[in-house]
Each structure stands twice: as C-alpha cells, then as structure tokens.
Design a protein around this ligand. Structure first.
Ligand code: KG4
Ligand code: ZN
Length: 337
C-alpha cells in the first residue's frame, strides 16, 4: 500500500507546531515553537498574544517542518489541523493556514479534535498499540477518562467537573509563587518533600462515578497557606507540593484502575501534559497488577502537531474529510467525534 504523508498543524494554545507524519505512526518532522517565555511574565497564556505570535510564526514553522521531513508539498496526501478545543483566535490561525494549503495544493483537509490528538500521541511512541484501551487524558485544559473502543470511537467514562488536572497544578504553583507552568515545577520540588506531610482531601465523588473534581483540593491547599501565613508559620514548600501532588495523583490512578477492572480492559494509556508527571507514572506502576501502562515520549505529552497527524491518518483511511466550512470550536468535546 502507498505511504500516506500528512502535514499537520496545531495552534490551539501557546505552541505553534507543524509536523509531517507517515502512515499515522512515523514522525518525519515535528517542529514545536513554544511561546512559554512570552506568557510566563503574565503567569498564564494571554489569548491575544498567543494568536499574534501564531500568525508571525506559522509560515516559518510550516517551511521548517516540510524541509526537515525531506518531503515536498506535492508528496503530501492531506493537510490536517486542530479545530478545537482551544483558544478561538489561536485555533483560527492554524485552520486558515491549513485551508489555504489544502486549497492551493488540491489536497484533502482533515479537522482533528485536540483531545483525540493527545490520545493518538501514543500511537507514535508505541508502534504496536491498538484499541481497545482505557485512556486517561490529563492536560492543562482537559481531564477525561475514556474507553478508546476503536480508532476515532470513544466512550466517555468521566471528566472533570471543575478544574483540569494540569490547571490545578498551575494554580497551586502560582499560589506558592513557584512560576508557570506549575506542573513540572511541582513535580521537581516534590521529590525533596514528604508526600504524607499534609493530609489533603481526595475527592472520589459518588461511588460509581468516574468524574473528577479538584476545586476542593485547591481550596484546601489555599486555606493551608493562608492559615500558616496568619500564624506566621513558615510553609515547607517541598512537603506542601508533594502532599498536594499525591492527593491529585492518587485519585487519578485509583479511578483509572477501577475503570480498567470494571470494563475488563488491561491496557492503560496516559496522555496530555500531566502524563509526564513522575509520581503519576510511579504510582500507576506500583498499583498496576497484571495491567500494562503506556505513555507518550516526553516531547509528545505536550501540545505538538505530530499527534494531530497521527489522529488524522485514521480519519484519512476512512475518507473522513472536512470541507472549507471548517471552523474553530473552542469547547469541542470528544463525544462530538
Ligand atoms: O497537554 P499540554 O501541553 O497542554 C494542554 O493541552 O493543556 O499540558 C500542559 C499542562 C500544564 O498545566 C502543565 O502544568 C502540565 O501539563 N504539566 C505537568 C507536568 N508537565 C506538564 N503537570 C504535572 N507534572 C508534570 N511533570
Ligand atoms: Zn493539549
């Protein structure tokens, strides 16, 4: 069978990324231009700045990705792009660039759901991984527990009712004045702390629920910091970070394993920025039993276009193409696939 080369564009948040992916599994190039340093001074992503930087960068990154892939425009079989969820202005930069490319090259256009992209990053890191499996997607914007029944076929078991897991890491890091993004910093500092120092609440919600909630934990940590400040007691930052991280990670691991038991699925697949958390992986490995754990290579945990190119391949082989009406859907869900 002929190789299928897809050029994919990802601009849903603060990374401008373009990749060329072969047959959904091989990365020919994956250029990621992060704006993190620009947003760091604001303590989070500023949407207008993100859009403007995407516009400045996108053509340069497309050229770079194509050059590095060793392919020419006429070797491409399709153009893929993230159309949601994400920041509307940021998404539109990618979508309009993809439309222009697809139109001028007369190639099919494929709109991809960003969350589906995160799941698909595992197909690039694990060449033999195939559905069905259970996937825990934990990033700055989303927390989902799903059964991937087949390529592009998802059964949502649960999702966050308030903050996303990564968002909780970022907010707590900000309240501890640790900087942005908070996840990697808390992960690192926790290694020097005692995870049992402070017993923060674990929100398991209703007995049968696979939903998550992190707002109670967030309030508990903020109260702890305020109380300590009022009493003029110094806060042990590594202990606080480790105890907070343990409370988040324990709930994620327990609920995922419970779902795996209930649905009798032995393969567990992590995705999204928080999937690179050391303690999350460690606790899964401690509790796995006979189940198998997969997670993407570090670079593929964060936002990148290669994961979009992988997801797009499985749409390509089903002739599941988008037309030029494709628009940004900022709160696109996985169920709408
Ligand atoms: O997937 P991603 O790059 O972007 C979104 O789609 O949101 O995820 C970014 C999120 C941020 O909230 C960041 O703090 C978190 O992933 N993160 C981590 C770690 N590395 C990144 N959270 C916990 N531990 C980490 N090592
Ligand atoms: Zn993401």
């Amino acid at each position: 069978m002929k190789d299928i080369n897809i050029l994919a564009i990802e601009t849903s948040c603060d990374e401008t990324s373009v990749a060329v992916v072969k047959n959904g599994r091989s990365i020919l190039s994956n250029i990621i231009s992060s704006q993190i340093e620009i947003h760091q001074k604001y303590g989070g992503v500023v949407p207008e700045i993100a859009s403007r930087k995407h516009i400045e960068n996108i053509n340069i990154i497309i050229d770079k990705a194509l050059k590095e892939s060793g392919k020419k425009f006429n070797n491409l079989d399709a153009i893929a792009v993230t159309y949601g969820p994400g920041l509307v202005g940021a998404l539109l930069v990618g979508i309009n660039s993809a439309k222009a490319l697809a139109f001028s090259l007369k190639k099919p256009l494929i709109g991809v759901n960003h969350i589906e992209g995160h799941i698909s990053s595992n197909y690039l890191s694990h060449k033999n991984l195939k559905p069905p499996f259970i996937s825990l997607i934990v990033s700055g914007g989303h927390t989902h527990l799903v059964i991937v029944e087949d390529y592009g076929k998802y059964k949502i078991l649960g999702r966050t009712r308030d903050d996303a897991a990564g968002e909780a890491f970022d907010k707590i890091a900000r309240s501890m004045n640790l900087g942005y993004p908070g996840g990697p910093i808390i992960d690192k500092i926790s290694k020097e702390g005692n995870k049992k120092a402070i017993d923060f609440p674990r929100a398991y919600l209703e007995e049968e629920s696979f939903d998550f909630s992190f707002s109670g934990l967030k309030s508990a940590v903020l109260n702890y910091i305020n109380n300590s400040n009022q009493k003029n007691q110094p806060v042990n930052i590594p202990d606080l970070a480790a105890s907070f991280q343990e409370a988040i990670v324990e709930v994620l691991v327990k609920k995922t394993l419970k779902a795996a038991e209930k649905y009798k699925i032995n393969e567990i697949v992590l995705a999204g920025g928080v999937a690179s958390n050391t303690r999350l992986r460690e606790l899964f490995l401690e509790k796995l039993d006979n189940k198998k754990l997969f997670y993407p290579d570090k670079e593929l945990c964060m936002d990148n276009a290669a994961m979009i190119g992988s997801a797009a391949y499985y749409k390509y082989i089903k002739n599941d193409f988008s037309d030029y009406k494709l628009n940004a859907v900022p709160n696109l869900d996985l169920t709408s696939l």
